[in-house]
Design a protein around this ligand. Structure first.
Ligand code: GTP
Length: 347
């Protein structure tokens, strides 16, 4: 069974970080999320992939290539214009197997795929939607199901006391190719808002099953941070290339640490990082490969992508820095999200 990864969206809610980067290529624990995703699905037994791309496709293609570096096969379905989550699946139709998995590539998860596929085979419908339960369903499309799991309707953004359940679409589906006959070609179509409701109306069998394992949509800056803190707290267990020193501190290769540096766990330090004397790093800091941190710097609840420079006595709290950014000596930044070409967003 092939997996189709939807990776073409603009990622507007994660700007400015996604101004010049496909959202699924944003690093999670110092490694592009798409790489973690491929390797997770490979561990789940999938080794043939189609990636649906549009926003900066060359960044994904240059990094993942034909997949051989990761021991998998990758083909690309490229869109000329944004086709939406269903239009992108239709555009990839000729590359897909009769039954296939679809994954929103911006969902950080460690979901077991086999139970979804087994359930799908058993109910004989055209679609199985992986569902996750949320505390407050009022921001989501919530499903109403029969006792045997068939979805009878989606209720968009229900008031809390009117929600038929707390189960929402987790962005992971098993589908039969037959279902694609209901999606028009070369047209922007949303699977959540248009295709699934249509398939329910046509009574072709749209079922839902609760997924197990860690799940988080990284679509906003706040949730992107949360994914990292969960990773450091080992609420999710993606393999990290850095070595854990046994106390919530992970350190990469060729790292130079000045005298008197204090790590307040949890902390993740990438490869070839230099940290000047008496800096205090953490709690909750992720420092990308090739970063240089000056002396007496304070850095907490912050994520720095690769090759950033933070000069002496600067202070960073609750920030996200894109690749290759520099913070001047003694500067203080709180809750800033920055990207080199796309400027600064405070808050
Ligand atoms: P926002 O602009 O912040 O809503 O982000 P998004 O549109 O990139 O992501 P959204 O959560 O809406 O979409 C879920 C997944 O589908 C993401 O992995 C997107 O990359 C992907 N996606 C969304 N629209 C398209 C599209 O038109 N084409 C392709 N190929 N993928 C898409």
């Amino acid at each position: 069974m092939k997996a189709l990864l939807l990776a073409g969206g603009l990622g507007t809610r994660l700007r400015p970080l996604t101004e010049n980067l496909p959202k699924p290529m944003a690093p999670v624990g110092n490694r592009p999320w798409l790489e973690h995703l491929l390797l997770h699905l490979k561990r789940e037994g999938i080794d043939e992939f189609v990636i649906a791309v549009k926003h900066y496709p060359e960044i994904i293609q240059n990094h993942l290539g034909d997949g051989s570096r990761f021991g998998v096969q990758i083909e690309y379905a490229i869109e000329q214009s944004l086709l939406g989550t269903a239009g992108a699946i239709k555009n990839a139709e000729s590359l897909l197997s009769d039954r296939f998995l679809v994954v929103n590539a911006d969902i950080i998860h460690e979901v077991s795929i086999l139970p979804l596929v087994e359930y799908h085979i058993q109910h004989k419908g055209l679609v199985t939607i992986g569902l996750t339960e949320v505390e407050d369903p009022s921001h989501y499309g919530v499903v109403q199901q029969t006792d045997n799991g068939e979805i009878v309707r989606f209720v968009e953004k229900p008031k809390q006391d009117e929600a038929p359940s707390r189960r929402i679409n987790a962005g992971i589906y098993v589908m039969e190719k037959e279902a694609l006959q209901w999606i028009p070609k070369n047209k922007a179509v949303s699977i959540e808002k248009e295709t699934f409701p249509l398939l329910i109306e046509k009574n072709v069998g749209v079922f839902g099953k609760i997924i197990n394992g860690y799940w988080m949509d990284m679509g906003t800056n706040e949730r992107y941070r949360k994914v990292h803190w969960d990773l450091l707290d080992r609420k999710c267990s993606f393999p990290l290339k850095e070595k854990e020193q046994g106390n919530g501190i992970w350190v990469g290769k060729d790292v130079q640490i000045g005298s008197g540096v204090l790590f307040l766990p949890p902390v993740l330090i990438g490869d070839q990082v230099h940290i000047g004397e008496r800096s205090v790093i953490g709690p909750y800091a992720v420092i990308g490969d090739g970063c240089t941190i000056g002396k007496h710097v304070r850095c907490s609840e912050t994520i720095l992508w690769d090759d950033c420079k933070v000069h002496d006595s600067a202070q960073l709290s609750n920030c996200i820095f894109g690749y290759d950014l520099e913070l001047g000596a003694s500067h203080i930044l709180y809750q800033a999200v920055m990207n080199r070409t796309a400027g600064v967003l405070q808050g």
